[in-house]
Design a protein around this ligand. Structure first.
Ligand code: NI
Length: 261
């Protein structure tokens, strides 16, 4: 059983075969749950549509830091209005991205991130957090706001992972653990408690070795699981099972609902 806790199936890279993938190929290959992430304003509704179409797809609504520059005035009300939907289980993808700060200035990223953290707290929902080259500011915010949720595609040190865990958060690991230069990620994979690990892709991005550079989808997660398992001295099956159980716990999804899929 494969649970993909972070994917972008609304991406145009899936336009040609989205229905074939989500409707048959992924479930046939053992994908039992997906959290579809919003990124820009248009993807909020696209996320809801995907959740409504496929039983095993759940959604997160929120604005990615790269997409926070030019939002309609009512963006936050729009996000909030979708939180009542029964298949929307989180606020995401939200966070800070200092690598792409040309796309949106840091101050604006921070403002949009904090407004969404407050929204998640108000509705008692977990968050899916993006942190790229913003570790210092991110940890300050996490210490102050103490949200419930996951830092996805975790790229910090083992020390930062320990503090993230102490703050009660989960850690999402995907294709990057299979990359040759991913020493940090492998150390983190070996170190964190198994009950705080989420399996994920960030599809269509970050395909694992041997697919690096190609379009990623959720069926590639066993390659990440094998690398994580090797680092921990357990089996890939145990990693996949933990990924499934942990995602159900964090996002409030009934494991029975997933098992029947
Ligand atoms: Ni993402």
């Amino acid at each position: 059983m494969i649970f993909d806790s972070h994917a972008h199936y609304d991406s145009e890279q899936f336009d040609a075969d989205r229905d074939e993938l989500l409707g048959s190929i992924l479930p046939q290959k053992g994908v039992c749950g997906i959290i579809q992430m919003s990124a820009d304003f248009a993807s909020l509704e696209q996320t809801v549509a995907l959740c409504e179409k496929y039983d095993y797809v759940y959604g997160a609504v929120g604005i990615h830091p790269e997409c926070a520059a030019d939002l309609p005035e009512n963006w936050l009300q729009k996000v909030e209005s979708l939180l009542a939907h029964p298949k929307i289980v989180a606020v995401g993808e939200i966070g800070l991205d200092y690598y792409w700060e040309d796309a949106c200035p840091r101050e604006r990223q921070r403002e949009v991130f904090l407004q969404q953290l407050e929204l998640a707290e108000k509705h008692n929902l977990p968050v899916s957090i993006h942190d790229r080259e913003a570790h210092g500011d991110m940890m300050d915010i996490l210490r102050q706001y103490q949200p419930r949720g996951v830092v996805h595609c975790f790229s910090g040190s083992v020390e930062m992972a320990r503090e993230t865990i102490r703050l009660g958060l989960y850690i999402g690991l995907g294709g990057v653990v299979t990359f040759k230069n991913a020493r940090h990620s492998v150390e983190v994979a070996a170190e964190i408690p198994l009950d705080r690990l989420l399996t994920e892709t960030d599809a269509p991005y970050l395909a694992p070795v041997p697919f690096r550079g190609k379009r990623c989808d959720s069926t590639m997660i066993p390659y990440d699981a094998a690398r994580i398992a090797e680092a921990r001295g357990i089996t890939a099956g145990e990693v996949l099972q933990a990924g499934c159980e942990n995602a159900c716990r964090l996002f409030g999804i009934s494991p029975e609902a997933i098992a029947q899929k």
